[in-house]
Design a protein around this ligand. Structure first.
Ligand code: HEC
Ligand code: HEC
Ligand code: HEC
Ligand code: HEC
Ligand code: HEC
Length: 459
């Protein structure tokens, strides 16, 4: 704000310079910026200063439009709300800065770069390594920056009018990085505003890290549930990735779930339809409703704020005790609990439990506090397993050379993990439906379909 005042003062100063012969009026310049510039217009009438008078008029226009945004109830207020947003207080823009693959979704300059240059989310074979590489990345000199107003509002300070608020950095359909760009999601309602959010809130690709590095073929997994996905027995040559603690769909699963895409769609009794939200609500409708408590507006949070649900043309009278809320969430929670119970081997959970709400963003969403990671030993990220993984961990199939002999020995005390396509697909579906966080509010029908048909694979 100090800078703002400074610039306004410079603006007024220019007016004063253009009217040098009117010394005394010049001193009232700063107030002029707030609308009293009309006085400068009158200067035009001073015969010798006709040209200067014209300059004065331009100054009035520019400064007057500043205040359509720079007012207590516009930019000032929105900036205060924004401090409640994890876009603002979250730490990943800082911690991932410099990483060209992570920053397209985590840092402002990188996001603007991939949007402006239409960087594709394809995978390209690197002939030297024989591995596929995801092209969805920024360049090293544009791999930083906190998410701020101009990350989303692409034209701020272009025309200096209120029209600068509306162009968003992306409203175009999003070619999904999880499919190497072969499928596109378009949340077209309200001029594609949701595509702004979706561009970042999309799952990251599951790649064949132990194979050619290309994206996993979801359709092939869904079509062959009984086939082996991972096995270390001699003769198995189909292993595509070695399951580890961090074998996961990334955090940003919401965009795909809202659109009713992105899961392993096993055949089954439930359909993969979408609920009305997929086509009739925008992310903004629910997340930027009138502020209430710590949610709504530019906090971007939907937690406990029903103003968006109850906006004109949508629902009326929804609250946290409404069955549309409680019933949907209880049903999806039960399905998540049931599926986790099916994902067992050697008498132990395949999925990791973590009751600590500071490290598990999804603590409380399932009875056993699963976090979507796998229950596999890792001396750094999963040393002994949370105390309530009662029956212990699985062996890590790729011990790092940096592990101590004691760590390597400990790893060998755990049983090996084998996976069928059914298990791998069910793990991916569990991660998607847990990490969309709303327990089915985003798209009940799609979550219901994925979880129900996954559960049915394990009678
Ligand atoms: C379309 C709305 C809009 C208009 C019109 C507008 N601004 Fe801004 N301005 C913003 C936003 C948004 C920010 C960022 C606020 C924040 O980061 O909290 C900003 C920030 C600023 C800053 C602080 C810059 C910084 O680096 O922190 C200054 C100074 C400023 N504006 C001056 C002006 C002046 C002078 C005008 C008129 C000539 C103007 N603005 C017109 C929206 C607008
Ligand atoms: C530039 C990429 C980007 C865009 C665009 C974006 N987000 Fe985000 N969003 C993120 C990242 C990254 C985080 C997590 C930040 C962190 O933890 O440091 C996040 C966090 C959030 C959170 C909080 C999640 C939590 O765990 O508490 C919500 C809610 C959210 N975004 C909603 C939205 C909505 C709604 C839109 C569109 C209006 C949107 N986002 C647009 C990248 C983006
Ligand atoms: C395709 C977009 C995308 C890419 C690429 C991406 N992320 Fe994220 N990431 C997100 C979004 C969106 C969130 C927040 C989701 C939420 O909270 O619901 C997030 C959340 C996170 C979080 C959790 C932050 C918290 O609030 O606790 C970490 C850590 C993280 N990402 C690290 C990374 C790293 C490291 C990379 C690169 C290897 C990466 N991300 C690449 C979209 C992305
Ligand atoms: C994650 C993307 C995102 C970020 C970051 C963001 N905005 Fe917005 N902003 C939007 C969207 C989307 C809308 C339109 C909301 C709607 O139409 O419902 C909007 C609307 C606005 C409006 C119009 C009136 C209103 O309150 O809805 C103002 C003013 C505004 N933003 C200012 C800001 C300022 C100031 C900042 C930074 C402190 C900021 N925005 C950061 C996405 C963003
Ligand atoms: C029908 C309303 C609705 C729509 C549409 C919607 N959301 Fe949500 N979203 C919610 C609710 C409700 C929650 C759970 C909030 C809670 O309980 O804290 C949520 C949770 C989230 C979270 C996790 C928040 C957190 O605190 O961890 C993110 C991120 C998110 N939504 C992003 C989006 C994005 C991006 C879109 C558009 C692609 C979207 N949402 C569309 C209602 C909606």
């Amino acid at each position: 704000m100090k800078k703002l005042l400074f610039i306004l003062a410079i603006g007024a100063g220019l007016l004063i310079t253009s009217c040098t012969k009117e010394g005394p009026i010049g001193k009232t310049g700063p107030a002029g910026a707030n609308g009293t510039n009309g006085t400068n217009g009158a200067n035009g009438k001073d015969g010798t200063n006709g040209i200067n008078g014209t300059n004065g008029t331009n100054g009035v226009d520019a400064n007057a439009t500043c205040t359509t945004c720079h007012a207590k109830d516009v930019v000032d207020l929105v900036s205060v709300q924004y401090e409640l947003s994890k876009h603002s207080y979250g730490e990943t823009a800082f911690s991932e800065a410099g990483n060209t693959g992570c920053t397209p979704c985590h840092c402002s300059e990188a996001f603007k770069y991939v949007c402006a240059n239409n960087i594709p989310s394809t995978f390209t074979l690197n002939a030297a390594t024989g591995k596929y590489v995801n092209d969805y990345a920024t360049v090293p000199d544009k791999a930083y920056g906190d998410i701020t107003c101009s990350t989303c509002h692409s034209s701020l300070h272009s025309t200096y009018t209120v029209a600068d608020l509306q162009p968003f950095t992306n409203v175009a359909p999003v070619a999904m990085t999880m499919w190497g760009g072969t499928k596109t999601i378009n949340l077209a309602q309200k001029d594609g505003q949701s595509n702004l959010c979706l561009k970042c809130h999309q799952p990251r690709p599951f790649t064949a890290s132990a194979g050619d590095g290309n994206v996993l073929d979801y359709a092939a997994i869904a079509a062959n549930p009984t086939a082996v996905f991972y096995d270390t027995t001699a003769g198995v040559t189909t292993n595509k990735l070695k399951p580890g603690y961090r074998t996961h769909t990334h955090y940003g699963t919401v965009g795909a779930i809202v659109a009713g895409m992105g899961g392993i769609e096993f055949a089954g009794t439930a359909s993969y339809a979408s609920s009305a939200h997929a086509t009739q609500a925008t992310c903004q409708d629910c997340h930027m409703g009138a502020i209430n408590g710590k949610a709504g507006g530019h906090s971007f949070s939907a937690a406990g704020n029903f103003n968006g649900c109850n906006a004109t043309g949508c629902h009326s009278g929804i609250s946290s005790s409404d069955v549309l809320w409680t019933g949907t969430r209880t049903e999806i929670k039960t399905l998540l609990n049931t599926l986790a119970g099916k994902l067992q081997e050697s008498g132990r959970d395949i999925l990791n439990r973590n009751p600590d709400a500071t490290t598990n963003l999804w603590a409380g969403l399932t009875a056993n506090n699963y976090d979507g990671y796998l229950n596999v030993y890792d001396p750094a990220s999963n040393p002994t397993g949370p105390a309530n993984n009662p029956n212990g961990l699985f062996q890590n199939p790729s011990p790092a050379s940096s592990w101590t002999p004691a760590q390597k020995a400990q790893n060998l005390t755990y049983p090996k993990l084998y996976l069928t396509n059914a298990q791998m697909g069910a793990i991916i579906n569990f991660q998607l439906c847990l990490r969309e966080f709303s327990l089915g509010i985003h798209n009940h029908d799609y979550s219901f379909g994925l979880l129900t048909n996954s559960i049915a694979l394990f009678p």
